[in-house]
Design a protein around this ligand. Structure first.
Ligand code: NDP
Length: 251
């Protein structure tokens, strides 16, 4: 039974990944969220999948190291054969349309921390459990906005977010290189596409002006693509930076 642990599953892409994974009765899914008890989407899945060995709901706030440690301890007890796939999905965006002169640097720091150092806390806490598994895979949901090559495409769009995702990309590229060699862990960075979630649809009209003619894809299209790439990922692919449809993104 392949096991998956996903962060940020209360809504959006994270919830979509949980739904998609549960369609395969072989999969065991540890769905984590800040407050799983009050997350409507997760509670509906709980009713649909009452088997508490297949769907496990855990509290995990990626900005709170103590909750990460507790979730890792719970996962260790539940997974004697290790954690096959960790999907780092939770992330935030601030200042979507602010200029460099308008950005609040305290909020910038919060965004940078949540999208980078929080991921490092997660990786540290779960690495041993991943290394113990058969598949040994780490998937990190990043953004096309983190591509340095792509910078400048939309000069005043998601400025600090793109800095945080570029930093995440470097963190993951370097982390993945070390643990590919030391632990045979396969690590992949995936851009989920422009997806119709709360994040993807915030300021939709303004985004349309920046990307005329573009429209967001469904959560299903994004998550099936992400999970296909996850299934196909091999150690030699570590560390690739790709979109949900497999398109390679320049760093
Ligand atoms: P949403 O804003 O729709 O959902 C974000 C999820 O992350 C929620 O479940 C939220 O939980 C969770 N989250 C936020 N902060 C924390 C935290 N401290 N601890 C745990 N969970 C947290 O975003 P998406 O689903 O659209 O985005 C998912 C990922 O995809 C992100 O990393 C994002 O950067 C990336 N992405 C999305 C794109 C898009 O078009 N949608 C484009 C490119 C990248 P809560 O309900 O508790 O707030």
């Amino acid at each position: 039974m392949p096991s998956y642990l996903i962060t940020g599953t209360s809504r959006g892409i994270g919830l979509g990944l949980v739904k998609e994974l549960l369609k395969n009765p072989e999969n065991q899914v540890l769905a984590t969220a800040r407050n799983p008890d009050t997350a409507q989407g997760l509670q509906e899945l709980r009713k649909q999948y009452p088997d508490t060995k297949r769907l496990i709901l855990l509290s995990l706030d990626i900005s709170k190291p103590e909750t990460i440690t507790k979730a890792a301890e719970d996962a260790e007890k539940l997974l004697p054969n290790g954690l096959d796939v960790l999907i780092n999905n939770a992330g935030i965006i601030r200042h979507t349309f602010a200029t460099w002169d308008e950005i609040n640097t305290d909020e910038f720091l919060e965004e940078l921390g949540l999208n980078t150092t929080s991921i490092l806390h997660i990786l540290r806490a779960f690495k041993a459990l991943i290394a113990k598994s058969a598949q040994k895979k780490v998937i990190v949901i990043t953004s096309l906005g983190g591509s340095i090559e792509f910078a400048g495409h939309a000069p005043n769009y998601a400025l600090t977010y793109s800095v945080s995702k570029a930093a995440l990309n470097m963190l993951i590229r370097r982390w993945g290189k070390v643990y590919k060699e030391e632990e045979s862990i396969t690590t992949i960075l995936i851009h989920p596409g422009w997806v119709a979630t709360d994040m993807g649809l915030a300021d939709y009209e303004a985004a349309q002006k920046i990307f005329p003619g573009a429209s967001p894809i469904s959560v299903e299209e994004s998550t099936t693509g992400i999970l296909k790439l996850t299934d196909e990922a091999k150690l030699e692919d570590s560390v690739r930076y790709v979109a949900y449809d497999g398109t390679v993104i320049p760093w």
